[in-house]
Design a protein around this ligand. Structure first.
Ligand SMILES: CC(C)[C@H](C(=O)O)[C@@H](O)C(=O)O
Ligand code: SF4
Length: 470
């Protein structure tokens, strides 16, 4: 019988199944960071347990890292979480890419980079954006701290089997439109609850045409669509991305590649639900509200209460606009920003930085705008510097930082001040996400770069056109 990739991976990982109980799944890779692991290790210690498979764990530091001066951690909680992770990894024999380590970076950036992330694996991490790894055809999802403890001690996890959903992105993306715009458009179209209870497989011509880095951007935000996980069937691009990576199979590579490709959803397979969207209709997106579905194309406007039927929706709009300091019906291009953040596990990989650099090259950040670029990993930073991208950003007036989560969330020194507005390439825009009272607009790296230059949102396609004519 034709099967989809979600069923194939799930079924091959069930180690125990019993009527009326969740399945017990085997976990192939456990990624760890400093925020959600301390209590899990403490639980093990109290119970006198060991880590069952330290060789299947990999830890890094990302959320708390001060990206300006990585060795000066002023916040006592951050300091404690980081030193605790060091101590735990040493005690339990887990590889750690800590501060200053060449493998350090945002956990969802380094997994694929090191080749730890591979098709067919079950991957967990105490972090909701673990869905990012699904870009490789892995079943990857976030877990809570008590589950982190369970996986540490048993290398298994109890899970109810979610339903399966296909989101087919048909046709070709228009000029200057990116993966970030696809996922923002999907969430705007069907809402933040669209994936609740499901694992999503993204399919279709537009998805096939994306690079692996762009596919990660899509899968990353599956959680913002409410899904348990999101993935993309492996193809030749997946195989080529992994070839030669440190933790990818070596002599056995071709055999592994053959297996990986066999995991792709079979022609004629079915899903519990199918949604379709036409890529050619998608514009560069900007969110105007306080959840990722509150967004529109750059040529659009902030909605008015009359655009909504229900009183609840009207009320949600009023509340969002009050927090965001926006007027009903305001054109998106009239929104002025004071901050630009290019970074996060959604958009901080080398191709994201290249795209942004192409736009800022030879231009200057608008007066009154503070713009920062935070590479997703030490190795992205190094690669970008080898290409001279750092110089392009610095000359334009951007700050060039070390890798970490940075301004994606208010957990380190990169906080957006209350009432100020940030064009951000990250994935969450709820109240207070980038700092108390901060106003976040989610955009692609290209749109963020153009906003930095103009001090307001503009259609980046006009920039790119000028670029091509020049
Ligand atoms: C700190 C961590 C638990 C959290 C998550 O799970 O997503 C963070 O990464 C985030 O993006 O909000
Ligand atoms: S970059 Fe942001 S979304 Fe990603 S793991 Fe860090 S805090 Fe979470």
């Amino acid at each position: 019988m034709a099967k989809n990739i979600i069923e194939k991976i799930w079924e091959s990982h069930v180690v125990h199944r019993e009527e009326g109980k969740p399945d017990l799944l085997y976990i192939d890779l456990h990624l760890i960071h400093e925020v959600t692991s301390p209590q899990a290790f403490e639980g093990l210690r109290l119970a006198g347990r060991k880590v069952r498979r330290p060789d299947l764990c990999f830890a890094t530091m990302d959320h708390n890292v001060p990206t300006k001066d990585i060795y000066t951690v002023n916040d006592p909680i951050a300091k404690k979480q980081m030193s605790t992770l060091e101590k735990n990894c040493a005690e339990f024999g887990i590889q750690l890419a800590g501060i200053g380590h060449p493998d350090q970076g945002i956990v969802h950036v380094i997994g694929p980079e090191l080749g730890l992330t591979q098709p067919g694996k079950t991957i967990v991490c105490g972090d909701s954006h673990t869905s990012t790894h699904g870009a490789f055809g892995a079943l990857a999802f976030g877990i809570g701290t008590s589950e982190v403890e369970h996986v540490l001690s048993t290398q298994t996890l109890w899970q109810n089997k979610p339903k399966t959903m296909e989101i087919r992105v048909n046709g070709k993306l228009g000029f200057g439109v990116t993966a970030k715009d696809i996922i923002l458009a999907i969430i705007a179209k069907w809402g933040v609850g669209l994936g609740t209870g499901y694992i999503i497989e993204y399919t279709g011509e537009a998805i096939r045409n994306l690079s692996m880095e762009e596919r990660m951007t899509i899968c990353n935000m599956s959680i913002e669509a409410g899904a348990k996980a999101g993935l993309i069937s492996p193809d030749e691009k997946t195989v080529e991305f992994l070839r030669g990576r440190r933790f990818a199979p070596k002599e056995e590579f071709d055999k592994a590649a053959e297996y990986w490709l066999s995991l792709a959803s079979d022609p004629g397979c079915t899903y519990d639900k199918v949604l379709e969207i036409d890529a050619s209709e998608i514009e560069p997106y900007v969110t105007w509200g306080t959840n990722p579905s509150m967004g529109t194309g750059i040529s659009g406007r902030v909605p008015t209460v009359d655009d909504y039927e229900s009183e609840t929706d009207k009320q949600a709009l009023r509340k969002a606009l009050e927090y965001m300091g926006l007027e009903e019906g305001q054109p998106i291009t009239s929104i002025e920003i004071q901050h630009v953040f290019i970074g996060s596990c959604t958009n901080s990989r080398l191709s994201d930085l290249r795209t942004a650099a192409q736009i800022v090259k030879g231009r200057k950040v608008a007066p009154g705008v503070r713009a920062i670029v935070v590479p997703g990993s030490y190795s992205v930073k190094k690669a970008a510097e080898e290409e001279g991208l750092d110089k392009i950003f610095i000359e334009a007036g951007f700050e060039w930082r070390n890798s970490g989560c940075s301004a994606c969330l208010g957990m380190n020194e990169d906080i957006i001040p209350s009432g100020e507005r940030c064009a951000s390439t990250s994935n969450r825009n709820f109240e207070g996400r980038q700092g108390a009272g901060a106003r976040t607009h989610l955009v692609s790296p290209a749109m963020a770069a153009a906003a930095a230059i103009e001090g307001r949102f503009v259609d980046v396609r006009n920039y790119l056109k000028q670029e091509q004519q020049a």
